[in-house]
Design a protein around this ligand. Structure first.
Ligand code: SF4
Ligand code: SF4
Length: 395
């Protein structure tokens, strides 16, 4: 048996004082570096130019409809879990110009087509967000799995994604609304994730491993050393502890089966009493992809510009078809959202639409919790209704 470790098994150690070298190297390679930053009371992800910009010495507190940051005596970089936003908005911007056209005689001529795809390097991407990127890759047409539909026109998403670099961080302190362990998407980066480098933060630095040739080339340029036995043991302990401290849990198979049957259920009325149809849950969700387009015309220059912006299945306007809204009450819109996320998504994309990040629970202003809603419906032993798609049950 060979004692030579494969690249996937190999580990490196980057001292904390050298995190700046990593950021500098990425900037030199022409990347716009995106990392977690403390801003306006939340951890958000923004462009940075040095390691000092990354949120440090801060921890979060999350629960249904509740998010707070507090100073943390451990003084680590990544002691918080996901904030309200993630890499999604860099690959699939909340509002994006698609094209501009001008009037030329009796027809329109194209002026510009969208923005140039940027080159992003993300530091601190959590395993749930890596799983969400894989879900969106299927939606926007760059998945390796050819069994799902492909979208040939999403060139901005595809190019931005393919030239991006993903430096992930294993979660050692899951948030109060996290359930990635249930969804098999975290808290540790595994060989099932797409990533370039994965790191686990310890007191003195980061245990690193690589997931791609790009990641390997980056490691070769950093002042890394081999980790010692104690560091590797500590990493393992941190990850075991993280699994034991998930804020929520969900049985995905049970939820899938129960929601497939629960077309008519009294719980939909109860949740509709509380749901505000605000759409927050969809805006923070890393897998939601619904959008709408708006055209604006400038009479002075004879130009028209088309933008695409995120939309939500929770809004009445989004359900509008030629004869009126197809889901004309909160009950039907919440039902569509939950059944799609946890049940019918499998039929459409071959996976769950939920990666267990917990954002929709934290950022719901009234604290509606999908793990609780799914568990209540799954616990109803009287469920017998056979599955029908949402288009068949639209009110
Ligand atoms: S449905 Fe909620 S928990 Fe699941 S991925 Fe979306 S925001 Fe995260
Ligand atoms: S579930 Fe919560 S966040 Fe989602 S639309 Fe209803 S009130 Fe808003």
């Amino acid at each position: 048996m060979s004692d030579v470790k494969s690249v996937a098994e190999q580990r490196w150690f980057l001292p904390k004082s050298s995190l700046g070298d990593l950021v500098r190297k990425l900037c030199e390679q022409g990347y716009t570096v995106i990392a977690p930053v403390r801003r306006d009371g939340v951890i958000t992800i923004l462009p940075i130019t040095e390691a000092a910009d990354i949120a440090r010495g801060v921890a979060d507190e999350q629960d249904g409809g509740h998010y707070r940051l507090h100073d943390d005596p451990e003084d680590k970089y990544f002691r918080y879990s996901v904030g309200p936003d993630g890499p999604k908005r860099y690959f699939f911007p909340p509002r994006q110009k698609l094209f501009t056209m001008h009037v030329a005689g009796d027809r329109f001529e194209m002026d510009t087509v969208g923005p140039e795809p940027p080159k992003y390097a993300f530091i601190g991407v959590r395993p749930c967000d890596l799983a969400a990127i894989a879900v969106q890759d299927r939606v926007f047409g760059i998945a390796s799995d050819q069994s799902t539909f492909r979208c040939e026109t999403e060139t901005y998403y595809q190019q931005t994604r393919l030239q991006s670099l993903l430096i992930a961080v294993n979660c050692t302190r899951p948030g109060g609304t996290c359930f990635c362990d249930s969804q098999n998407t975290g808290p540790e980066v595994t060989e099932h994730h797409l990533f370039d480098v994965a790191m686990t933060e310890l007191r003195g630095g980061f245990v690193m491993r690589v997931g791609s040739d790009k990641g390997r080339a980056l490691i070769d340029e950093l002042p890394v050393r081999e980790p010692n036995e104690a560091e590797l043991e500590l990493e393992e302990l941190r990850l075991i502890r993280a699994r034991e401290h998930m804020g929520r849990s969900l049985d995905p198979q049970q939820a899938r089966d129960a929601l497939a049957k629960a077309v008519e259920h009294p719980r939909w009325d109860e949740v509709a009493e509380r749901c505000l149809s605000c759409g927050n849950c969809t805006m923070v969700c890393p897998t939601c992809f619904c959008s709408t387009v708006t055209d604006s015309s400038d009479l002075a220059s004879n130009k028209v510009t088309r933008h695409r912006q995120w939309e939500s299945c929770h809004t009445l306007a989004f359900t509008y078809v030629t004869s009126g809204p197809s889901r004309n009450n909160t009950r039907s819109r919440y039902r569509q959202w939950l059944r799609h996320k946890l049940s019918t998504w499998y039929e459409q994309f071959g996976s769950s639409g939920c990666v267990g990040c917990g954002r929709c629970i934290t950022w719901c202003p009234v604290g509606i919790d999908l793990t609780e809603e799914a568990a209540i419906i799954a616990a109803d032993r009287t469920l017998t209704t056979t599955h029908r798609s949402e288009s068949e049950v639209c009110s």
